[in-house]
Write a protein that binds this ligand. Sequence first.
Ligand SMILES: Cc1cc2nc3c(=O)[nH]c(=O)nc-3n(C[C@H](O)[C@H](O)[C@H](O)COP(=O)(O)OP(=O)(O)OC[C@H]3O[C@@H](n4cnc5c(N)ncnc54)[C@H](O)[C@@H]3O)c2cc1C
Length: 364
Amino acid sequence: MKITVIGAGVAGTTTALALRRTTHAEISVVEAHPEPAGTVGSFLSLAANGLRGLADLGCADQIRAAGFDVPLQRMWGARGHLLGEVARGRRSADDLLSVTLMRGALVETLRETATAAGVRIETGRRVDRPSDVDADLVVGADGIWSATRTALDPSLARPRYAGLYTVSGFSAGGTDPGVFNLTFGVPGAFIHVGAPDGRIWWAAQVCGSAPAGDVGVDRLATWYADNPVVAKVLATATEVSRPIPHHTLAEVERWHDDRTVLVGDAAHPVGAGQGASMAVEDAVVLSRVLAGAPRDGLPAALADFTARRRGRVAKVLKAAGDNVDAKTAGPVKRRLNEAMMRLFIPRFYEKATGWLYDFDPVAG
Ligand SMILES: Cc1cc2nc3c(=O)[nH]c(=O)nc-3n(C[C@H](O)[C@H](O)[C@H](O)COP(=O)(O)OP(=O)(O)OC[C@H]3O[C@@H](n4cnc5c(N)ncnc54)[C@H](O)[C@@H]3O)c2cc1C
């Protein structure tokens, strides 16, 4: 069997790697971007569910080595008072610690692992129609703006701006390492985490219309003037990225036809926090379904994959929507939210979120 994967991001590389391990197929990946992945994007975190999938693919150690462990998450009110502390991206009893790393480092490590496993990756080549590809199976892993998805369903509306953008950067240092700090600010949220290189990695998620140009650190600082910790992180910023707008997509009805299937953001952009882990889940589940399929069973296997993933994706999308609501609350609602969070976090947070991290793609 010949398989072509379109896109060499997290979804494309993990899918190629997973299929290489469970099928005897010849697998190639085509990637539109000519440059190495290391130059792209900001940082992200992998949660226990994604790390479980990477362990199944045999590359969890390499990924951990490319980033750093973040065992804890502290949540803060707008003026800097602690709302609660929880295990980061896992249940507290789970020793699979969340990993934070640069998105480029993640993709680069995955590409190296896939290539070493015998996957061919061709960069600088764009494929806009699965019908242009000579393969038995085409996997559309081409991200939120997926042309493969449009080929499957030309009537689906384009992604639209979610009313939220991210500006990220690095600061000089001076915070607890291994703690993911999430401050609910106005307007949006501020994340910062101490890295082993001594710097603070930070990201401001800002609610509002998409900015036409750069959003300077001074502007961010005016929104956090009442919060001494965040104000200090911003005052010592050494690098600031361009704003990255977030987009949402209407539910994708058509994930596959008889020889093409969508994975990762192409099928379900779930927003910041779980997108990479969900892409890994897709990869593992697809590879397991195809491994057990008879030679003429491709259409049924793709339908099986979609049926297995839809429910999980819908539940994660709902949770992501609730997160955005907490970040976009106005000042009055935010104060109410903060009072409720102080009570909720120690008692119920783990019970409410554990299902997300418990998922084992190998079983799923
Ligand atoms: C600011 C921000 C922070 C985030 N933080 C987190 C986080 O902490 N944790 C988390 O799990 N997720 C996070 N995410 C989400 C996560 O980055 C994505 O869900 C994940 O990277 C999706 O991977 P993907 O491979 O599906 O898509 P992409 O990463 O978009 O990869 C698609 C690839 O396909 C290529 N491509 C596109 N079209 C074509 C074509 N026609 N032909 C060939 N190649 C093509 C692209 O060049 C690209 O390399 C964050 C996202 C943002 C924006």
